[in-house]
Write a protein of this length. Structure first.
Length: 277
């Protein structure tokens, strides 16, 4: 899988891989939620360091994520530029002060408040993206489903999570296959083409990718129906992993982080930390 740069489960012997699938899902969701809600720069920096640290512990190499990391970097930068393009004074409105760095044309004036606000957005990417990649690359889809079912979750919901995780590499493979087919027809999508041409070319991939995904959904749905999936109240699992000491420790750390984040919201009288007052 790593040779093709596809994002999916890669078995390794690390403490992160040994955690229960439910633990990783729960931690990923909590970190993402508190990371999105809070705008306290001090807290976000701590969360970002924590996320990068566990990313290193998981021993995920660049070759395993290079395919998707380029897309993430591109759209992250595009998002930051778009925020400034449509709301160049949003930071001023949030923090209530205005310290001009550079007088631009019209309303496009660069202020310390806007830079600080977008710096917070940048940190949020480092908070949420590493846990997401960790969850995808270190979680066995079957084990995730069994873990959710073991703690009392519906096995139908558990299986839905498992399917979503299992077919991420397949969707990427479809994307690559369609891309090669487009290039074979003369549509240049490699690094030799201009940026706008590659963007337009990738948009033409979206429609056949959607149809191939819908066809896969129909096939899976028919196969599950033929096997009478959902007719029983319960089911057994081939891969099951109970919660262990490291799972409880991980859950405790993430809940502690979330509690600190909520406490800072109360102390700051809002989600934003304001260094300009």
């Amino acid at each position: 899988m790593t040779e093709n740069n596809l994002i999916g489960y890669v078995p390794k012997k690390t403490i992160i891989h040994q955690l229960s699938g439910f633990t990783k899902l729960f931690c990923f969701l909590l970190l993402s939620i508190i990371g999105m809600v809070s705008y306290d720069t001090r807290f976000l920096l701590c969360l970002a360091v924590f996320s990068v640290l566990i990313f290193r512990i998981a021993r995920i190499s660049y070759s395993e994520i290079s395919f998707v990391l380029k897309f993430i970097a591109f759209f992250s930068i595009l998002n930051l530029l778009t925020v400034y393009l449509f709301a160049p004074e949003y930071g001023v409105a949030i923090y209530g002060t205005r310290h001009v760095i550079f007088d631009g044309i019209g309303r496009y004036t660069l202020t310390q408040e806007q830079i600080f606000y977008e710096f917070n957005l940048l940190i949020k990417y480092f908070v949420t993206i590493p846990p997401g990649l960790i969850f995808i690359l270190t979680t066995n889809p079957s084990e995730l489903a069994s873990s959710i079912h073991r703690i009392g979750g519906s096995y139908k919901i558990a299986y839905a999570f498992s399917l979503a995780l299992r077919y991420i590499p397949d969707i990427q493979e479809d994307f690559r296959t369609i891309s090669k087919a487009q290039q074979a027809r003369g549509n240049e999508l490699s690094g030799k083409a201009s940026l706008m041409k590659r963007v337009r070319g990738n948009l033409t991939i979206a429609i056949p990718l959607i149809f191939s995904s819908l066809e896969r959904i129909e096939t899976i749905s028919s196969a599950m129906e033929l096997r009478r999936f959902g007719k029983k109240k319960g089911r057994t699992w081939l891969s099951a992993k109970p919660l262990q000491r490291n799972d409880y420790l991980a859950l405790f750390l993430v809940v502690l982080f979330c509690s600190i984040g909520i406490l800072l919201v109360i102390l700051n009288d809002g989600r934003f930390y304001n260094p300009f007052h």
